[in-house]
Design a protein around this ligand. Sequence first.
Ligand code: HEC
Ligand code: HEC
Ligand code: HEC
Ligand code: HEC
Length: 401
Amino acid sequence: MDTGEQLGGLYKKATHLNQYRKDHTGLVIVDSGDLLNEEEELPESVIESAKLKAELILEVYKTIGIDAVNVGELDLVLGLDYLKELEKKHSFPFVSTNLVDADDKPVFERYVLKKVNGKTVAIMGLYGDTSEMAGKLADITGGKLNVQDPIKAAEAVVAEVSGKADYVIALTHQIANRDWVIARRVKGIHLIVGGHDKLKNQDPQVAGDTLIVRAGEKGQYLGMIEVSLDGSQEPANTLVPLGDDVADDAQIKEMIAAYNDKVAEMYGGSAEERTASADVPLRVEACAPCHSSQVAQWKTTDHAKAYATLAGKSKQYDPKCLSCHTVRFEQPNGFNMKEQQMALVNVQCESCHGDATEHLASMKPIPVADPQIDLCLKCHTEDRCPEFEEEKDIVFGKIKH
Ligand code: HEC
Ligand code: HEC
Ligand code: HEC
Ligand code: HEC
């Protein structure tokens, strides 16, 4: 999975797996990579919280019970050293068969063996060697890691585990059509769990003796494939939607709440400091002496409660969310993670009209006098507000001041 759907999917995953365990044995839980980050680059100001979040995700997975996670390029965004540190601290089962250091030595366990129901399952991790994939890896790690030929690397593992393992799984991190190449060229892999490409498939794809499954992106689905090693049953794959109808797992929810508190403290200070800073007047109050009617109208719009909306979801310290729910996020004179200026929360005048510092100081013209729809669409994106452009008159009418 990747963590786009943030942490919400995690406790639902836990609920589902715990339920499943009640009447099934032989569960193997894996992930094909990009567990820890969503972006190739992080602004400096969010690195500390991203580290906390990475650690939380590993702890949650350990609690759910995880057997192997392939290393994707986005898992390396906080640095190889940090990833190795976390791996050690949490005895976390990262696997990578073909990511090597400058001396061609493997950097992670190449594969793990897991005993289930008296059988042994081998799980390896593969990273794609196309120029795009290798380029991303080089950019992110500064050339610390190299990619070896995944076909040769996989063949070597299959040979090593032959006679020991009854079932061989390859977790892959590459463009989807390369999974077919691996399946066709490497004999002895029973199941490929594909990642990186954000695709999903309900029915397992069949490539010779190999099945290929994918569970999409953003933790929206949990992919569950049931296979019988004696061939008595056809493999059955389900994509379990982790929507609102799956209950939250109480233990995991508590872990996430504790993490939210830590991040709040990291950025907003102690609980008392946060209460005190919440009392500062909003930036719009500086406009009120001359534009009172506009300010009064603004206060009636949803833009005026955008920060409260995040707080209601305990997301007010998540940079992923703040970017559209504050004023000019991480731009000059805008809201930034380090300072957490409570005067600049919500979607205020300057979210649309631009930085008014000079307009206020010396009555210079405001940067954007007449905001156009393109500006709205930066926040009202196609996926969130598909009708926005069509309903231009209605939505402009709602903010008319
Ligand atoms: C001291 C009075 C004063 C304050 C305070 C003030 N403005 Fe203005 N603003 C004006 C005047 C006067 C004009 C009209 C003159 C002009 O067109 O530049 C104006 C014009 C504007 C316009 C319209 C520009 C146009 O050409 O139609 C916008 C938008 C605007 N202000 C936004 C703001 C915002 C946002 C703030 C608060 C951050 C603010 N103003 C604070 C006096 C003020
Ligand atoms: C900085 C990001 C941002 C920009 C720019 C922005 N909006 Fe919004 N808008 C939001 C957010 C966030 C909400 C939801 C606030 C909430 O419910 O807490 C919202 C809500 C709304 C709503 C109420 C919800 C609805 O669909 O009825 C309207 C209308 C709206 N915006 C219109 C506009 C228009 C028109 C523009 C451009 C002139 C615009 N917005 C620009 C972030 C933005
Ligand atoms: C790209 C800009 C953008 C980002 C990033 C963003 N939002 Fe919003 N959000 C909006 C806009 C625009 C609206 C109003 C349109 C609507 O009602 O769907 C909105 C509305 C909402 C609402 C109220 C309506 C609803 O869907 O329930 C919630 C809650 C919300 N956002 C939470 C979040 C959280 C949590 C995050 C971070 C995971 C986030 N938003 C990130 C732009 C954004
Ligand atoms: C969601 C984007 C958005 C926000 C937030 C916003 N404006 Fe505007 N503003 C516009 C648009 C679009 C226009 C031009 C169309 C119109 O008149 O509504 C405009 C026009 C104006 C004008 C020109 C005169 C007028 O009233 O037609 C002033 C002054 C102004 N805004 C001030 C403000 C102030 C002050 C705030 C904060 C309290 C604010 N705006 C918040 C989008 C926004």
